[in-house]
Design a protein around this ligand. Structure first.
Ligand code: DGL
Length: 270
């Protein structure tokens, strides 16, 4: 009998990329229930204006809150960069955790030289959120940042390894790492990029550390929750998307690392 069930943890992303974060959350909190919302009808967020991303993020949060959640994880770097403070202002009683601060903390902890490279979407890099978060932790850190927009489409297409993935990775990353005083740490500041890690690794000097925010965000959520579900067994995930259950299931399986079933994904309107 489950006597200590808490309301689920709400998680949203522009689409399927946030499943890399959900995967880490489920590893850290296996007995918790989650509601995952992928705003697949309006993906990508990374090329949209901050105002639009704020509006979409507030709508995603409202849809999750309507189903009763006890905390909100913004599992999208672009939405975390643009909308975290708007979400906290709109919902002051709701714990809201984004992926940027945990990613920045992981990078500062990993880097010896404190010269850190960050890659993400146009929105994330253009808004300077990682740069500010890293400087908030170490004022003297140097940050070299670049938007790598093509990686998003490649990850969705399943082109995560082989010559095309490596050629694109080389084109984006070689200029960042060619000098003697190049960064020693690379932050994957986009939910889609962890599935490209092997290809990215092949074009980087061997000593470069690669960090992403999935595991550190999960650790931040664990710290945030006062009551974690103590029942044994696997928690339940409710799947929501705004379009395309079949594509969500097919592409999302790669990001989640386990099969997803289209018939279990409810399509909702925001
Ligand atoms: N989820 C987005 C992010 O982490 C990538 C996909 C998009 O552009 O919507 O920035």
């Amino acid at each position: 009998m489950k006597i200590d069930r808490q309301p689920p943890i709400g998680v949203f992303d522009s689409g399927v990329g946030g499943l890399t974060v959900l995967r880490a959350l489920r590893l850290a909190l296996p007995a918790e229930d989650f509601i995952y919302l992928g705003d697949t009808a309006r993906l990508p967020y990374g090329t949209k204006s901050p105002e639009t991303v704020v509006r979409y993020s507030l709508q995603c949060a409202a849809a999750l809150l309507a189903r009763r959640i006890r905390c909100l994880v913004v599992a999208c770097n672009t939405a975390s960069a643009a909308a975290l403070s708007a979400l906290r202002v709109r919902h002051p009683a709701l714990p809201v955790i984004g992926v940027i601060e945990p990613g920045a903390a992981a990078a500062v902890a990993a880097s010896q030289s404190q010269h850190i490279a960050v890659i993400g979407t146009e929105g994330t890099i253009g808004g300077g959120a990682y740069q500010s978060a890293i400087h908030g932790l170490n004022q003297r850190a140097r940050v070299t940042a670049a938007a790598c927009s093509l990686f998003v489409a490649m990850a969705e297409e399943g082109w995560t390894d082989g010559p095309i993935a490596q050629a694109v990775a080389r084109r984006y990353l070689e200029p960042m790492f060619k000098n003697d005083d190049a960064p020693d740490t690379l932050v994957l500041g986009c939910t889609h990029f962890p599935v490209l890690t092997a290809s990215i690794r092949t074009v980087l000097p061997g000593h470069i550390r690669i960090v992403d925010s999935a595991a550190t965000t999960a650790a931040a959520v664990v710290r945030q929750l006062h009551n974690v579900t103590k029942t044994a067994g696997r928690g339940h995930v409710t799947w929501l998307a705004t379009d395309g259950a079949a594509r969500f299931a097919r592409v999302g399986s790669t990001f989640l690392g386990e099969p997803l079933h289209a018939e279990r994904i409810e399509i909702i309107d925001l």
